[in-house]
Design a binder for this molecule. Structure first.
Ligand SMILES: C[S@@+](CC[C@H](N)C(=O)[O-])C[C@H]1O[C@@H](n2cnc3c(N)ncnc32)[C@H](O)[C@@H]1O
Length: 323
């Protein structure tokens, strides 16, 4: 049997070895095709706690019947994911930092076989789900890597598109985490950073407070728990993630924008809103909102909170300046 081949996330060379990249010497532990850069080392207590949490509730999780077709269909029905796919060139190099079980990375890889897509996460269990899916669907342009967000095995400025969605607010140092993922973006490349926004998440904080008083979540107030088409397992994972997470920050959009601008990025847009009618991508620059515009956006997110299936997760898209 020929040895399993992986792709190095740092120099993009092929890897067949069990412990180090022959070209750049990046060290790892091999788990099938998955490269574990963290290895069995001791990690900081909070990070270990977060990994333990996702070990029991890998997020977002696959449905048992998921295959390449269902992932593509479901993802293309989402205005946001369809726009993201349209925006990323079909031969781009993409990394999803904190990919969890890797649906987004899998979608972007399946959708364009010449894209080179990496999914990096700290949770062994989540990555095992993702890698099993990758193997089942024989998705060859997708590589999963286990690593810590604060010590990414990625070369500086080496990716045209870096995605980090729903992750930095689950670290002890969101600003440091933003700086860490931003380093991998090539000049002229794009970072899509999704985070719990203070105003956007206000309604969820209220809902979570009420659920604490009641002793369990109030399904009537939660658009995900109200859905009849979701399995009990999906809802259990949602409840754990949204109501009982051991480490969560909420971040004000103007502060995140300031951080990105300080790192040499410029405003492209926020999501929401998603470009309408299937036209346009989400990497096309829009006017940077002034103070009033930012307040308007945030007020809109707050009002949408009641029925928001993402519970206040918003994204900023920013482009790294050249030179
Ligand atoms: C809520 S999940 C988001 C998953 C995926 N991005 C999505 O949007 O569905 C957060 C992920 O961040 C990962 N994570 C949190 N802290 C991390 C760290 N310090 N290093 C690597 N991954 C981390 C967790 O393991 C988890 O899979």
């Amino acid at each position: 049997m020929s040895p399993v081949q992986s792709t190095c996330p740092r120099c993009f060379g092929p890897i067949e070895s069990e412990s180090a990249c022959p070209a750049c010497a990046l060290g790892f532990v091999r788990r099938g095709a998955l490269l574990d850069v963290l290895g069995p080392t001791e990690r900081e207590q909070r990070a270990a706690e977060v990994e333990e949490f996702y070990t029991h509730s890998p997020f977002p999780g696959y449905a048992p019947a998921d295959d390449a077709g269902t992932i593509l269909d479901r993802s293309r029905k989402s205005g946001f994911l369809a726009a993201l796919d349209r925006s990323i060139p079909p031969d781009a190099r993409v990394v999803d930092c904190g990919c969890g079980t890797g649906q987004l990375a899998a979608f972007l890889a399946l959708s364009a076989p010449h894209r080179q897509v990496f999914g990096v996460d700290g949770c062994k269990e989540s990555l095992a789900c993702g890698d099993a899916f990758r193997e089942r669907t024989d998705t060859r342009n997708l590589q999963f890597v286990r690593a810590d967000l604060f010590d990414l095995p990625l070369a500086e400025a080496s990716f045209e598109t870096v995605i980090c969605r729903g992750v930095v607010h689950h670290t002890p140092d969101p600003e440091g985490a933003i700086a860490s993922v931003a380093r991998a973006v090539a000049p002229g490349g794009v970072l899509l950073l999704g985070f719990y926004e203070t105003w956007g998440r206000a309604f969820h904080c209220l809902r979570r407070g009420l659920s604490k008083v009641r002793g369990k979540p109030i399904a009537l107030l939660d658009p995900i728990l109200r859905r009849r088409d979701l399995s009990d397992e999906k809802k259990r994972i949602w409840i754990q993630d949204q109501y009982y997470h051991p480490l969560e920050h909420i971040l004000p959009m103007p502060g995140v924008l300031r951080t990105l601008e300080g790192l040499g990025f410029e405003w492209v847009r926020s999501v929401p809103p998603v470009p309408q009618d299937g036209r346009g991508g989400i990497f096309e620059a829009t006017d940077r909102p002034g103070a009033l515009g930012r307040t308007g956006l945030r007020a809109g997110w707050m009002l949408a909170g009641l029925n928001d299936p993402d519970a206040g997760l918003v994204a900023l898209v920013a482009r790294r300046k050249r030179g």
